[in-house]
Design a protein around this ligand. Structure first.
Ligand code: UGA
Length: 447
């Protein structure tokens, strides 16, 4: 049977919404994407993504050219759509662990007056368990269609840097549904995702609460895996062992696996750190805080890697950072992204700066946003300029550009050839062979 083209509205054009809207249009649906920020709308309508994401500009251009993708600030444009996706952010509340769900409720409230007929709203945002039920109440209260409004919770599992691939070819779909219309809601979502489902993508149908929890528990597991290997790195440092070899060896056990065992500076970004904190806060509200106390350790282990990095930099500079020149390679929280939210690299750069060093930061993509958000730091547009006269070079985000550095050429630029690999991504033999002192997190340091 031919796939059914639907009319879709997408509320929120941040990371999730912009990618979702473009991908849905590319699947053949007619999509209107709504954002309260007119500058974002204007840029997207002109084919410019608000963020750096491989392939997104090209995808936007292609989708815009079909005429099936439009952007607006006017919620009225959502009227008449078959499915409405809520894709707004849920950042960490200032000074608290809990997630700020106010954008989700604001989206529901703005959407509601335009839901005149029986229609399906689909939440994709990462939310504390229990939010979906409250969103549905709010929608029904505000919509002319009243109880004709239905809701499904369909969490998103996209990774930045692979956002398009993860949207159109995810590991699985999860539909959280509720009430008498559950079967019809599942069938409608199956039409939305007909193309990826046809390739055999698993699809799981659950209740609201389970769907909400699937998302945060998946991220909690991933964070735990990273902090586990970083805890082993701490022990390796104390025992003179090598965490890279250890990870490789334990990863051969299929039950453990090699993925997400990359020891180093740990996790950052707009998701894992705030999601584990919001999860703990929500469990506390539910009286289940004991179940998640281990996530406090996961968070603490993760943050300790950043201080360890600063300590190593200080040691390499002869015991003090005061007046020393530190080159920082990487500002984004991970490669192939210009996202600097909770970036371990920038956190270390700032700590070295506060410890009295002159810090110069380089990044292939994140410099414009870093300059805007942290104007107090110094930046350089080339690796060489960042490393000019450096007493120590810190490799903090594993961009390919940094693996491609010629250590011999860079040696000519620095003041002392000391490099600390915060991501265990450089080849120690190459750097040592070119006359550098190479140190890394969780690895022995031959003298
Ligand atoms: C993460 C999840 O991987 C996605 O599945 C999820 O959908 C997303 O959050 C979300 O909730 O929206 P993302 O934040 O894009 O995706 O980044 P990851 O690739 O998971 O990396 C997170 C951090 O962990 C990065 O700072 C990375 O450098 C670090 N990391 C990753 C390690 O330190 N070691 C590893 O082995 C892997």
């Amino acid at each position: 049977s031919r796939p059914v083209a639907l009319r879709i509205s997408v509320v929120g054009t941040g990371y999730l919404g912009a990618v979702h809207a473009a991908c849905m249009a590319d699947l053949g649906h007619t999509v209107v994407a709504i954002d309260v920020d007119p500058a974002k709308v204007e840029a997207l309508a002109a084919g410019r993504a608000p963020i750096f994401e491989p392939g997104l500009d090209e995808l936007l251009e292609r989708a815009l050219a079909t005429g099936r993708l439009t952007f607006t600030s006017d919620y009225a444009a959502a009227a008449g759509a078959d499915v409405h996706f809520i894709c707004v952010g849920t950042p960490q509340r200032r000074g608290e662990n809990a997630a700020d769900t106010s954008y989700v409720f604001a989206a529901a409230e703005s959407l509601a007056p335009h839901l005149g007929a029986s229609t399906l709203v689909v939440g994709k945002s990462t939310v504390p368990v229990g939010t979906a039920a409250r969103v549905l109440e709010r929608l029904r209260r505000g919509a002319p269609a009243g109880d004709g409004v239905r809701l499904a919770w369909n969490p998103e599992f996209l990774r930045e840097g692979f956002a398009i691939e993860d949207t159109v070819a995810p590991d699985r779909f999860v539909y959280g549904v509720d009430g008498d219309t559950a079967d019809a809601d599942v069938a409608l979502l199956d039409q939305v995702y007909a193309a990826p489902l046809a390739t055999g993508t698993p699809r799981l149908v659950t209740d609201f609460a389970t769907a909400e929890l699937v998302k945060v528990s998946a991220n909690a597991f991933l964070a735990t895996k990273i902090s586990f290997i970083n805890a082993m790195a701490e022990v390796c440092e104390a025992a003179g062992a090598d965490v890279v070899a250890l990870a490789e060896a334990i990863g051969h056990d299929d039950r453990i696996g090699h993925k997400f065992l990359g020891a180093g500076l740990g996790f950052g970004g707009g998701c894992l750190p705030k999601d584990i904190r919001a999860f703990m806060a929500r469990a506390g509200e539910l009286g289940a805080d004991q179940a998640l106390t281990f996530l406090r350790e996961v968070d603490a282990i993760n943050l300790r890697r950043r201080s360890r990095m600063v300590d190593l930099a200080r040691a390499e500079c002869g015991g003090t950072l005061i007046g020393k020149k530190v080159a920082v390679l990487g500002a984004a929280f991970k490669p192939n992204s210009d996202d600097i939210r909770d970036s371990p690299a920038l956190d270390v750069a700032r700590a070295a700066h506060l410890a009295g060093a002159t810090v110069t930061v380089h990044d292939p993509k994140a410099l414009p946003v870093a300059r805007r958000v942290h104007p107090d730091m110094s930046y350089a547009d080339t690796i060489e300029a960042a490393c000019e006269g450096a007493d120590v070079v810190l490799h903090l985000t594993e961009w390919k550009d940094y693996r491609d550095i010629d250590p011999a050429a860079l040696k000519a630029v620095v003041s002392s050839p000391h490099i600390i690999d915060g991501r265990n991504a450089l080849d120690p033999a190459r750097w040592r062979g070119a006359g550098w002192t190479y140190r890394a997190l969780g690895r022995p340091h031959p003298v």
